[in-house]
Ligand binder design. Structure first.
Ligand SMILES: [Zn+2]
Length: 388
């Protein structure tokens, strides 16, 4: 029991300029010096953990410093992927507003980096990068202990089999099922290594929501949900050796400031989301398109559809604008969810990452940390209310 609401976030944090330079060097192979890459990452992970601690974040991450994006990093760790050019599906909401879509493109809001395509059998290739990430985060949390002297609790992100399958095209496996199965078998090694190292594992699964208006934009809801079920089955298989309470899962509709009016409603996906093994669910709860969906959670709670071991970690901060949410708004949001599942099953989180793709964050970095501090203040207000 913590006797208060803990705070966390979704994973990525703004990468400093020298981190971005290293990531693009690694991605392109030009001017890439592995020794320099490693020493920059080690120092910057330590720094970003210290900044989270200063903002009173309870469960911290490495800010995904060493990853150019949350899913494409897998090409360095698995066999079977080749870089290629594939036309990128545009989110359906942007198609309704072509001038706006053009404006985003002109602003360079669409990241340009290499795209892995599956062209061969998938297997674990090289986990040196993973082990370096783990060592850097563990060293950083040791040097920023909790009040009781123990190392700070931390989580590490990892891509779900589904998000890899949905966004990295398959040109090798005969069916989606076989592609997912191969990904699940290969990713299980990474999942188990993160948990064995004493870190919480965060599965990033935007495929379960964002997939609807991008990859599956031209099919109906049933077809999308049939695939989402396969993605969750593959994930659960990959997590078979990992206890549910050590895993959290992030679901989102895409971290971009756009109309989002074609986002599939939470009420349609909540069933498949709750079928996934991870005990903690992190989801969008702050932005104008999804903040109202606490009602869907409330109804699921009334109907007894939220399993007792599930912990809800709603986004109480929007991650695509520079407003600093008022701590009282943060507290109101947390109290709403505490009403649904009880005070011990709520954690404060963010809608998505703050720097989803290296070099393309919408948030001014110092404002990101000020938002996190406001989240901690709001969690304190709500905790006072809930534990009085
Ligand atoms: Zn997200």
């Amino acid at each position: 029991m913590n006797n208060r609401i803990l705070t966390t976030h979704v994973g990525s944090l703004p990468r400093p300029e020298r981190v971005v330079t290293q990531l693009f060097a690694q991605d392109s192979g030009l001017n890439y010096d592995p020794g320099e890459f490693d020493s920059v990452m080690e120092a910057e992970v330590k720094d970003v953990v210290a900044r989270q601690v200063a903002a009173q974040v309870d469960v911290v991450s490495d800010g995904e410093m060493s990853k150019i994006s949350y899913a494409t990093y897998i090409r360095h760790r698995l066999t079977g992927f080749e870089l290629g050019e594939m036309p990128r599906a545009v989110p359906r909401d942007l198609d309704d507003f072509p001038d706006f879509k053009e404006r985003l493109a002109k602003l360079g809001a669409t990241p340009k980096y290499h795209r892995p395509i599956c062209t061969g059998p998938i297997a674990v290739k090289d986990l040196a990068g993973l082990h370096k990430d783990i060592a850097n985060l563990k060293a950083a949390t040791k040097s920023a202990p909790q009040a009781n002297g123990t190392p700070r609790r931390a989580f590490m992100n990892s891509a779900s089999p589904g998000v890899i399958a949905v966004f990295q095209p398959n040109k090798y496996y005969a069916s989606t099922e076989l592609y997912l199965q191969a990904l699940a078998d290969a990713m299980a090694t990474e999942y188990e290594a993160i948990v064995a190292a004493g870190l919480d594992l965060q599965i990033d699964a935007p495929d379960l929501a964002m997939g609807r208006h991008i990859k599956f934009r031209d099919v109906d809801d049933n077809e999308f949900l049939r695939n989402a079920n396969l993605q969750v089955e593959a994930l659960n298989h990959a997590l078979r050796n990992v206890p549910a309470e050590r895993v959290r899962m992030h679901v989102c509709w895409g971290n971009y400031e756009g109309p989002h009016h074609h986002d599939i409603g939470l009420e349609k996906i909540i069933g498949v989301v709750l079928k996934a093994k991870p005990a903690t669910v992190l989801f969008e709860g702050a932005n104008p398109r999804h903040a109202h969906e606490w009602e869907v959670w409330a109804q699921a709670g009334r109907e007894g559809r939220i399993p007792d071991h599930k912990i809800l970690a709603p986004g109480v901060l929007d991650t695509v604008n520079n407003f600093i949410e008022h701590p009282r708004l943060v507290a109101q949001r947390l109290l709403t969810y505490a009403n649904i599942v009880g005070r011990d099953r709520v954690m404060a989180a963010t809608d998505c990452g703050f720097g989803t793709f290296a070099g393309f964050g919408a948030i001014h970095p110092p404002i990101c940390f000020a938002k996190l501090a406001s989240m901690a203040e709001g969690a304190q207000i709500a905790s006072k209310e809930l534990w009085k």
